[in-house]
Design a protein around this ligand. Sequence first.
Ligand SMILES: [Zn+2]
Length: 429
Amino acid sequence: MTLLIKNGHVIDPDTKADEVMDLLIEDDTIVKRDKKIEEKADKVIDASGLYVMPGFIDMHVHLRDPGQEAKETVVTGSKAAARGGFTTILAMPNTRPVVDNPDVVQYVHQKAKNLGAIHVLQVGAITKGQKGEELADIEGMVAAGSPAISEDGKSVMNTKLLRDAMKVAARLNIPVLSHCEDINLVEGGVVNADDHGKKMGFRGITNSVEDVIIARDIMVANDTKASLHLCHCSTKDSVKMVALAKQEGIHVTAEVCPHHFILTSDDIVSDDANYKMNPPLRTKADVEALKEGLKSGIMDVISTDHAPHTEEEKSAGIRRAPFGIVGLETVAALTYTELVLEKYLTPMQMAEKMSYNPSKILGLDKGSLAVGKKADIVLFDPNVTYKIDKTKFWSKGKNTPFDGRTVTGMVKTTIVDGRVAYDSKMDRQ
Ligand SMILES: [Zn+2]
């Protein structure tokens, strides 16, 4: 089976290609890349006017499977990811049961494999049951294919235990993905701690809730020589600390989610839990620092923290509803609209932060459109403007503050191992 992608604008951070070219794929591999490929192929896609980028890699997804399948499953989450341009996603371990042993890792991997839509990599928990008491079977989970460990949803509050985990991670050469939140400082907060939130009558979460753990984790990473990756950074000081740590030669990388680089707490104008996430929406100064951090390269990755919940749960209001919003099907358009069109990122940097850098951090052989690489590819149309419509999501989760927002840029086709996993023609009209 051969597939020819013609006349697309190839953006490849690996080889620095940034020009209109053709790509020939044989089975699951890119076999030729040239200005003009005349060979016949079984299938031809005309990519005129489209960006051809390496398939996106989301380092932060909650698939809710096993245990909370009313919110999402490996199947619906994978399909939503394909619709968002993702060819690989990392599933977080805070499921029921928690992913703290190789059996659960294998369950998720097998389920994703049976579906055959995209690559799903299951992250292992750091502690058993995410209880923060003893280390999980990290070695076993890595042997079963986990590319990283994380206690996401919370921090490992016992610093000694975190240090033990980082030593294991350093030895196994896998990164530790840190959700940074000092649980003792949260005090029932549900939105950012600022005047606006106070006026609306909500308890606040200060920046320091996040910042003290970022500082701690960077120091422990320095001690142990582990690779630390900071999840969903939301504060201006996170950018400063990452910059400083990098200057000092500490192995730290960081991700930012669209809601944190677009929205502020001032956007909360009613008791709508689609604006409730953890970390919360911060202030304008934080948003500006995160955008500048992405632009300068201090912040390495754009991830979604895709966190589906049912309509019923999210209708409970900001005080009682669970934290989190969905993101898989909106991140590419939001990034293009808010960062590329606003001149914070070039299309090349967008491909770096959504594919190449995650691949590098995780040690995957992905994020590249070089000849010989597996054909994980996204075709992105930068010329179409439309309103985000949550009723079209393939995710079970419709909990997004971006419904109805006007964006530019649309994922047209997602190709995984040379097969079309998503095409916009599959959308409900
Ligand atoms: Zn988290």
